[in-house]
Design a protein around this ligand. Structure first.
Ligand code: SF4
Length: 413
């Protein structure tokens, strides 16, 4: 599941924050020395003891600028799966059939990171099925710089849960893989379309209450996420209408990542892929007309490798070589992606990667502590490759070829 570019306002911004922002701009202009000076200025403004969040942010930006492989700074973004529990049984997913719970030790480690985290992304299974969610959500909500992003199927909202979440510093991403009742219920087995619509109605009611209570505040961000697969690719254009009708601001379109009957990308389906390539431009036009923000993260049918098969284990990385004129395609940016410096993506079963686009795991929370994973050999290998602009052939083609927005590669944030 992908979620990367929802924008919501920060709880606090400080002089250190201004210096960090200046440093990022300077680094993007290639003025690394001045950028490093700005980050050092930010560090001096926010000692760790009094402002853990900005101290860690400034230190992390400095380490990115220096291309450090082993980091003193801690992760700034975390994807979290509490369990595989789910209330539905989607056709393209087997998570619901594999019981798994996040170990208690890892939960403690996660909550220890709250003071320095800027973003916490909750995913499932279905996140609201876990009794551990609400206590952890409340604990995280006490940290004003921490934005929580919740991905849910939207079928379990009560009025009180909708209100609680909409009133917090958070954003919601609803996974909706059918624009019609027939398709929705075919894909989301045990899910009822009417219950989904009721959940969305409760959310919009709570959004209206929040807007009425705080005139001038930004609209609470609501994103719709669609996984495109065999059962729903013909509805591509209808998703834009559905999103608009139900007051979503953003629509994200992702490819299914499976080898099963719903696969159309790994098997390069000869009917589905040309259909999609023709439908996407029409969908973009329609979304623009409706004022929807649309992100289409579907691989091109011309990609040599549409979706990378997950790697079964961790392999020792070769030392990255500096980019050469033959190293094409290469990222357009000096460092193509910041996720290995910023993010830990804990997935179902405790697998950990730098981000969801990444094909190679760095380890598993059942074997290692989060901080050991953060700086292990594989994670450092990601950083070294990216810093040497030698990630082509290792990183996902979708990232390298520019199919992913730079904001979704951690480059703006
Ligand atoms: S560019 Fe590489 S490290 Fe960054 S998200 Fe893509 S695969 Fe992962």
């Amino acid at each position: 599941m992908l979620e990367g570019v929802v924008k919501i306002p920060r709880g606090r911004f400080s002089a250190a924050g201004e210096a960090v922002r200046r440093g990022r701009i300077l680094r993007a202009q290639g003025r690394r020395r001045q950028a490093a000076e700005a980050f050092l200025e930010a560090l001096a403004l926010c000692p760790r003891e009094t402002d853990a969040y900005w101290h860690n942010t400034a230190l992390n930006e400095l380490e990115i600028t220096e291309g450090a492989a082993e980091l003193e700074s801690k992760p700034r973004s975390l994807n979290m799966v509490l369990s595989n529990r789910c209330n539905i049984e989607c056709v393209m997913c087997s998570v619901w059939d594999n019981p798994w719970e996040m170990p208690e030790r890892a939960l403690r480690e996660v909550s220890e990171l709250f003071p320095t985290l800027g973003r916490l992304m909750w995913q499932g299974g279905e996140v609201f099925m876990s009794p551990r969610f609400e206590p952890l959500f409340d604990l995280a909500a006490a940290h004003l710089n921490l934005q929580q992003h919740i991905t849910t199927n939207g079928l379990l909202f009560s009025r009180s849960l909708a209100r609680k979440i909409i009133r917090s510093n958070s954003a919601l991403i609803l996974s909706i893989d059918g624009a019609t009742k027939t398709t929705y219920e075919r894909v989301r087995k045990k899910g009822r379309f009417e219950r989904l619509l009721e959940g969305i109605r409760l959310l919009n009611e709570a959004r209206d209450e929040r807007a009425a209570a705080s005139a001038g505040a930004p609209v609470y961000p609501l994103t719709m996420n669609v996984t495109i697969m065999r059962s729903n690719y013909r509805e591509l254009e209808r998703f834009a209408e559905f999103a608009h009708e139900h007051r979503f601001q953003t629509l994200q379109i992702n490819p299914v990542d499976t080898s099963g009957p719903e696969d159309i990308f790994r098997c390069r389906d000869r009917e589905a892929l040309p259909f999609i390539e023709e439908a996407v431009p029409r969908m973009k036009e329609r979304a623009a007309r409706l004022g929807l923000i649309l992100h289409v993260w579907l691989p091109s049918s011309r990609s040599p490798e549409l979706i990378r098969e997950p790697k079964p284990g961790i392999e020792k990385l070769e030392e990255p070589k500096a980019a050469s004129s033959q190293a094409v395609p290469a990222f357009a940016n000096e460092i193509g992606c910041f996720w290995p410096w910023q993010d830990l993506w804990i997935d179902q079963g405790g697998r950990v990667r730098p981000h969801c686009f990444c094909g190679w795991d760095i380890g598993n929370v059942k074997d290692d502590s989060l901080m050991a994973l953060w700086n292990n050999e594989t994670m450092q290998g990601y950083r070294r490759r990216l810093h040497a602009n030698a990630a082509a052939g290792w990183c996902s083609n979708r990232c390298v070829e520019g199919a992913i927005l730079k904001e979704a590669l951690g480059l703006d944030g």
